[in-house]
Design a protein around this ligand. Structure first.
Ligand SMILES: Nc1ncnc2c1ncn2[C@@H]1O[C@H](COP(=O)(O)OP(=O)(O)OP(=O)(O)O)[C@@H](O)[C@H]1O
Ligand SMILES: [Mg+2]
Length: 467
């Protein structure tokens, strides 16, 4: 069999050395890649590793535990892993239990080698089918690309990304805030042959014109006050990779001219320098503005618009593709529940309620709702109350606590009380701003960073960037 692909990766767990030895010889001779372990603990340790095993053969009664634990761990690790349970004791109720927990089959010792081999072969066939189905499903929902969605537009978009990923031409991504423009930009990069090189993001509205110019194209030492050292700029930092120009509609007009030149000539000239440097960079730009209107009104250069708009990707608002809400919500639930180490599911009514929401903040708003529900839902099922943020506060009384009405309780924990008020105001601000944290921060007159920090402090959010 030398040189051939093994027919399957199999984990065998049994405390009897004699049986392990027999299975080692039997299964290796058939071309399987076999790992043999002694007992439940050892099996669990091996099951944690990647990739998951194709099949597991486990004894039921072992000195350090039950084969049912091995079965459960294997099923939890991967739905395609098939488990065959063997036992010396004719225990029908255990067999029933094993099948209920998702075992592929149950064999009694002593078993005939042929029976085990035949069962294993069928189990591996099932493994292949489950895995293929999963791959197909992941492809249909977009899980394999990270861009979730079953709607026709999302499927078409994923095809377009795959086709356009390796083109050298610029891509313009448009869509409302929170529709996934940055995700598309990243997908274009990771699906291209540039994936090993840098993906560099710049927010074109973040800096005043002069600083932005040197940020993009670099500067010479002493080019302007404060330019203590020479700097390469982001175009050159993205050499061989992708430069993502976020909020490109915000770029000041004089810089639009310079950007256009850089794109046409594939060269950049640092501020204060006479020399031009060739660059090999794929440019992807995004905006939530109506760029055509900006062009008509003279705020965006038409020539730059045409240069960027060679390939156009449009992300429709979430409310126009309600069929995407369910797969997105489940994906986001999985993401945040894993992150917050909670085991939760979404109820049917909750999913229906979600699909009917207008989502002005699009996928980002959906994500914030799910994230908050994961933090606050008593569980195990997230319901409409948890999503809508309508779950009544655990303390009696409605509205904010009003400690100044009447005498204070004795003792009175001022810090806990203020914390409770702050927490509710944070949530209320989020609510009022459609779940968009950037906007909620603005409402409260604080920086996005500080808002996010406070949310995290109360366990109300992960710490990832959302702008
Ligand atoms: N199709 C999708 N599948 C999975 N996650 C998504 C999808 N679309 C958006 N998201 C998630 O929603 C959030 C917002 O997406 P993203 O930052 O890409 O939006 P955006 O269009 O760039 O928004 P803005 O215009 O406000 O910058 C991110 O956390 C992103 O991962
Ligand atoms: Mg963005």
């Amino acid at each position: 069999m030398a040189g051939d692909e093994p027919k399957g990766r199999i984990l065998v767990s049994d405390d009897e050395p004699g049986l392990r030895e027999m299975l080692r010889v039997l299964l290796r001779r058939r071309g399987y890649d076999v790992t043999l372990v002694d007992g439940v603990r050892a099996a669990l340790a091996h099951l944690g590793a990647d990739p998951p095993y194709d099949a597991v053969v486990t004894d039921l009664r072992m000195p350090d535990g039950s084969g049912l634990e091995v079965l459960e761990a294997a099923r939890e690790k991967s739905e395609s892993t098939q488990v065959i349970v063997i036992t010396a004791f004719a225990a029908t109720d255990r067999a029933v239990e094993a099948m209920r927990l998702g075992a592929y089959d149950f064999l009694e010792k002593p078993f005939k080698n042929d029976v085990l081999l035949a069962t294993l072969e069928k189990a591996l066939e099932k493994h292949d089918i489950v895995r293929e189905n999963r791959a197909l499903r992941d492809h249909l929902t977009g899980k394999d690309s990270g861009l979730i969605g079953v709607s026709d537009v999302m499927q078409e978009l994923r095809r377009l990304i795959a086709r356009a990923a390796d083109a050298p031409t610029s891509v313009l991504i448009t869509g409302e805030s929170g529709t996934g423009k940055e995700l598309v930009a990243r997908a274009l990069h990771t699906q291209s042959s540039r994936r090993e090189r840098a993906f560099v993001t710049i927010n074109c509205g973040a800096l005043p014109e002069q600083l932005m110019e040197s940020e993009l194209f670099g500067h010479e030492k002493g080019a302007f006050t404060g330019a203590a050292a020479k700097k390469d700029g982001l175009f050159r930092a993205a050499e061989g990779g992708t430069l993502f120009l976020d909020e490109v509609g915000e770029l000041p007009l004089p810089l639009q001219v310079k950007l256009l030149r850089a794109l046409q000539e594939r060269k950049v000239r640092p501020v204060g320098s006479e020399r031009e440097h060739p660059v090999d960079v794929r440019v992807v730009a995004a905006t939530n503005r109506d760029l055509e209107a900006e062009v008509r009104e003279g705020r965006f250069r038409e020539d730059l618009y045409y240069r960027l708009n060679v390939i156009r990707m449009t992300l429709p608002p979430l409310r126009d593709r309600p069929e995407d809400v369910r797969p997105l919500a489940e994906h986001l639930l999985h993401k945040h529940a894993t992150f917050q180490r909670r085991s939760l599911r979404l109820g049917d009514e909750a999913l229906r309620w979600l699909a009917a929401q207008p989502f002005p903040g699009n996928v980002r708003e959906l994500e914030n709702l799910v994230e908050r529900a994961v933090a606050l839902a008593p569980g195990p099922e997230i319901d409409v109350e948890d999503l809508a943020g309508r779950r009544p506060p655990p303390t009696p009384g409605t509205g904010l606590p009003r400690p100044l009405d009447g005498p204070l309780p004795d003792p009175f924990d001022l810090d806990a009380h203020l914390a409770e008020i702050e927490k509710r105001i944070l949530l209320q601000a989020l609510e009022q701003r459609g779940g968009v944290r950037k906007h909620a921060a603005k409402l409260l007159g604080m920086t996005f960073r500080s808002f996010r920090y406070r949310l995290a402090k109360y366990g109300l959010g992960g710490d990832e960037e959302d702008e």
